[in-house]
Design a protein around this ligand. Structure first.
Ligand SMILES: Cc1cc2nc3c(=O)[nH]c(=O)nc-3n(C[C@H](O)[C@H](O)[C@H](O)COP(=O)(O)OP(=O)(O)OC[C@H]3O[C@@H](n4cnc5c(N)ncnc54)[C@H](O)[C@@H]3O)c2cc1C
Ligand SMILES: NC(=O)c1ccc[n+]([C@@H]2O[C@H](COP(=O)([O-])OP(=O)(O)OC[C@H]3O[C@@H](n4cnc5c(N)ncnc54)[C@H](O)[C@@H]3O)[C@@H](O)[C@H]2O)c1
Length: 466
């Protein structure tokens, strides 16, 4: 079968791939985008990951506010959570987003082909779509394959049919006792949401603290917040075996420095990291090499080991955030136009949508220490932020790192309400090269959470004169 010829061939319609198509097709390049499934059009962010999880987390916030409404002077009757309605609200959003994506593909002129792509020769894909086999060849090929939830190698775990975030977001019932395996982003966001919906929740993580990449004081404060909501947390706990079926009854044997114990629950959610979608699709036939962890080898321009083939987003080992994957597209786009943009030295913030949110940009103390960077550190409890006093959201704190020898801001962490918004203020100052004194002395709106930045930066210790 002679291949159908395209100028631009995109495999995966995620955060980077869709932008490649939407940018290049209107410019006149004959463009095809191959996407595995209709329900994944636009990638994981709008369909199974960021947006649906934040949608249900918001429903959990509403449940929590209703539960505590009396503290604010609103007296309610008994309340309950209807997970079928929670799910329907989420589904409505996802379906609307798929429609928006399909319209953008149509308007761009790109050919959106639904089916699993597999390389049969360099720059040549075979796709089974609508019962037909198509062979597509691109002059330039862009890979945006994403990742899926890793199921750790624990005896009995696969047979227990655990939930991942994908199935958890499709539940129309409330688990009686949800056991969460993993204390990173997914585990923390889902553990708190399900607790607020009304489940008993036990979180097991092999790391010694929640949010393992964060500073111990941040993780400690988060742990206290989780405990105060009744979430049981087992740190430094390694699962030994699993028995039973998630959705019915499941037992997890865990080993920790305190000994072994068996946790009994109704459902099991695995949130133990990600595996790239790079296996079994003929990448070796295409000359695209993988690293030891299965991620596509790329240079800082996101060029793979195969000529005229680029990889973007999580499959290329980029930071696992939608905004990083979108920036990967911008790196590739600008270089296609003759630019010299790289993935080096990007300032990539994050926000974990626990309540309160945990957001960070730049270095934390742990990273500064490991890189031998000397920093001046200031912290401010959220209870000192006047906006927090008005809303009652006084949990958590802000922390700033400023260079020991100059007034350059090195990093900012916030565990507090609206942290995801406040971090953007500090990021903007960092991008502009503004000294910390600029934020310290700025006239910020009263009473906002960002106003706290003035008090925070006023606490930065003076530079040592030594
Ligand atoms: C539960 C959860 C919540 C998250 N929340 C956030 C958040 O709040 N903020 C944030 O920034 N990040 C969040 N993330 C991370 C974020 O979802 C990803 O980093 C982001 O979606 C970027 O993904 P990507 O573009 O690399 O790949 P994807 O979006 O996964 O795109 C890859 C696409 O390729 C398709 N595909 C793969 N292989 C093939 C093949 N062989 N043939 C055809 N199609 C194929 C897939 O179906 C998919 O649509 C979250 C992750 C999870 C798991
Ligand atoms: N708000 C956001 O931006 C957001 C939300 C969700 C996910 N994400 C992205 O998705 C990525 C994946 O999230 P994740 O939570 O799956 O991974 P993660 O890397 O954030 O956390 C994995 C956790 O699982 C634990 N773990 C791993 N193997 C284990 C085992 N065998 N037994 C017990 N514990 C084990 C680790 O110690 C860690 O606590 C994140 O790194 C993040 O970049 C982002």
């Amino acid at each position: 079968m002679s291949p159908e010829q395209f100028d631009i061939l995109v495999l995966g319609s995620g955060a980077s791939g869709k932008h490649v198509a939407w940018h290049m097709a209107p410019a006149g390049g004959r463009t095809a985008v191959v996407e595995w499934e209709h329900r994944m059009i636009g990638g994981a962010c709008p369909n199974t990951n960021c947006l649906p999880s934040k949608n249900e987390i918001w429903s959990a916030k509403v449940a929590d506010l209703v539960r505590h409404a009396a503290a604010y002077g609103t007296v309610t009757g008994p309340s309950s959570v209807d997970m079928a309605r929670v799910r329907q609200r989420k589904r409505n959003m996802v379906e609307a987003l798929i429609a928006v994506h399909m319209e953008r593909f149509r308007a761009s002129g790109a050919d959106l082909i639904i089916g699993k792509g597999r390389f049969v020769a360099p720059k040549t894909l075979e796709v089974r779509s609508d019962g037909k086999t198509r062979v597509l060849r691109g002059d330039r090929v862009f890979l945006n394959l994403g990742t899926h939830a890793t199921i750790p190698d624990v005896p009995g775990l696969p047979a227990a049919g655990p939930l991942t975030h994908v199935e958890a977001l499709e539940l129309d019932r409330l688990p009686g006792h949800l056991i969460v395996l993993g204390g990173g982003y997914v585990g923390l966001e889902f553990a708190q949401a399900y607790r607020r919906f009304g489940s008993r929740v036990t979180l097991i993580t092999r790391a010694p603290q929640l949010a393992p990449r964060e500073d111990p004081d941040v993780a400690g404060a988060l742990l206290q917040i989780f405990k105060s909501e009744g979430i049981e947390v087992l740190p430094s706990a390694q699962p030994v075996w699993v028995q039973g079926r998630s959705g019915d009854h499941v037992s997890v044997r865990v080993r920790s420095p305190d000994g072994e114990q068996t946790i009994e629950g109704s459902d099991l959610l695995v949130a133990a990291g990600r595996t790239p979608n790079t296996a079994g699709i003929g990448l070796e036939t295409a000359g695209v090499e993988l690293d030891a962890r299965g991620y596509i080898k790329v240079n800082d321009r996101l060029e793979t080991t195969a000529p005229d083939v680029w990889a973007m987003g999580e499959c290329a080992g980029s930071p696992q955030f939608t905004h990083a994957a979108v920036d990967d597209f911008r790196v590739v786009r600008d270089n296609q136009a003759g630019g010299h943009r790289t993935t080096r030295d990007r300032l990539i913030p994050f926000c974990m949508f626990t309540d309160p949110q945990l957001a960070r940009v730049g270095l934390n103390e742990r990273e500064a220490k490991s890189r031998g960077v000397e920093a001046r550190v200031a912290t401010l409890p959220m209870s000192d932020v006047l906006r927090a006093a008005t809303t009652g959201e006084t949990q958590g704190f802000m922390k700033a790192l400023v260079d020991a020898r100059s007034d350059r801001i090195l990093g900012f962490t916030m565990l507090g309400a609206e942290a995801g918004e406040v971090v953007a203020v500090v990021q903007t100052a960092m991008l502009a090269g503004m000294p910390y004194t600029g934020l310290r002395d700025a006239v910020l709106t009263h009473p906002t959470m960002a106003e706290g930045l003035g008090s925070l930066f006023a606490k930065v210790p003076a530079r040592s004169t030594r």
